[in-house]
Design a protein around this ligand. Structure first.
Ligand code: SAH
Length: 366
């Protein structure tokens, strides 16, 4: 069904700068995308419900130690207002995202989910960080369909360095993803590309994990330094000659390889990528493996406060402008906007060419 890459072949691809080979990679990823998930692009309306966070992640501007950041939490009416817009704009899914905020009670989130599922045709994706199983189960029972939780890096030493545990609790996102799957969520995960300290070998391993976890959704974007964080201030060591650069091309490589190893996954062309290349980063992501975009529905006055990294693309735009802009970009590359919730299409998507893809990606081709 999907391409199996050995670690060596993945590493060769991640290291190559040969434009001819890369062109071939883009083409194969795009044709795999077309065969397995078609030309439709799913729109997931993003609602950034709270910028409060108790964690101290070394990369993220929302970290609790960033005292300079003004924090907000949307009211129920504001959240439901965003949901109304999603319905009006014809989006199939809302993604409810926040920092890790215990002030956002499980009951309150469950209330939103219940209302959305009973009053709209929308699928609900949650991305609220590491929460207790009890909360996650409550939301699932209320009807939440999907959960996004990036594992950020599969290198345990690097993960610990950039993602400190909460006092008395050990963060194990792999275990949490497996529990989410058992609860019946579609699960999404992913990594940042170019985290200082990330080696080519660990990035290759990350990609293999996408396959091993059989992820339904995979988000990959460049690491972007935030000056109010230890990583952004250069306080943590890079990996020397083995350091993965946080470049646009590196992100496209990971997107393309991800499409080849997880052909029917839902893969967004991320805002972080659009931040590196505002002109056509979104489009190039969609042409090199991605099939999802996440237009922002958060009320404009809060946008700048959800500053996980600086100078985020689309920060000053209204929800309406985001929708028009993304719709135009999708049409301009000959793709169509999908209708409906757009969950994973099923594990039995017929692909008869998978074996030849496997052969195409033999390491001796490089
Ligand atoms: N609190 C939730 C949502 C975090 S924001 C959680 O922990 O899952 C969503 C994603 O933004 C993170 O998973 C991370 O991969 C990405 N992100 C955070 N800081 C970033 C930075 N400086 N550059 C690029 N991406 C970043």
């Amino acid at each position: 069904m999907n391409v199996i890459f050995s670690s060596e072949v993945l590493l060769d691809w991640l290291r190559t700068d040969d434009p001819v080979k890369l062109d071939r990679l883009w083409q194969h990823a795009d044709s795999m995308r077309y065969k397995c998930v078609g030309d439709e692009v799913h729109l997931r309306g993003l609602i950034e419900v709270s910028s409060h966070c108790v964690r101290c992640c070394a990369y993220c501007g929302l970290r609790v130690d960033n005292r300079a950041l003004e924090r907000y939490r949307l009211t129920d009416a504001e959240v439901l207002g965003c949901v109304d817009l999603a319905v009006r704009y014809g989006y199939g899914t809302v993604v409810i995202q926040s920092g890790e905020d215990p002030g956002l009670s499980a009951a309150r989130v469950a209330g939103w989910v219940t209302r959305i599922k009973s009053e709209t045709p929308l699928a609900v994706t949650l991305s609220l960080g590491e929460r207790d199983d009890e909360d996650l189960q409550l939301w699932r029972t209320a009807g939440a369909n999907r959960y996004l939780l990036r594992f950020e890096t599969s290198d345990p030493v690097l993960y610990k360095r950039i993602h400190p545990n909460r006092p008395g609790m050990v963060s194990d996102r792999f275990a949490l993803l497996r529990r989410l799957r058992r609860m019946g969520y579609e699960i999404g995960s992913g990594v940042m590309v170019g985290i200082p300290g990330q080696t080519f070998a660990s990035l290759a391993r990350d990609i293999q994990f996408f396959q091993e976890l059989d992820l339904d959704m995979i988000g990959v974007g460049p690491y972007i330094p935030h000056p109010a964080t230890p990583l952004g201030q250069g306080m943590l060591p890079a990996a020397g000659a083995e350091q993965v650069p946080a470049t646009e091309t590196m992100v496209y490589k990971v997107l393309a390889l991800t499409r080849l190893i997880r052909p029917d996954a839902n893969i967004p062309s991320t805002t972080a990528l659009a931040t590196l290349n505002r002109t056509d980063g979104r489009e190039l992501g969609l042409m090199r493996g991605a099939n999802v975009v996440m237009p922002n529905l958060t009320p404009t006055r809060y946008r700048a406060l959800y500053e996980i990294y600086p100078a985020k693309a689309c920060i000053g735009e209204t929800a309406d402008a985001c929708r028009a802009c993304l719709g135009g970009r999708i049409a301009a590359i000959g793709r169509t906007v999908a209708v409906g919730p757009g969950g994973r299409m099923g594990k039995t998507t017929p692909i008869d060419t998978d074996r030849s893809y496997g052969a195409t990606y033999d390491s001796k081709d490089l």
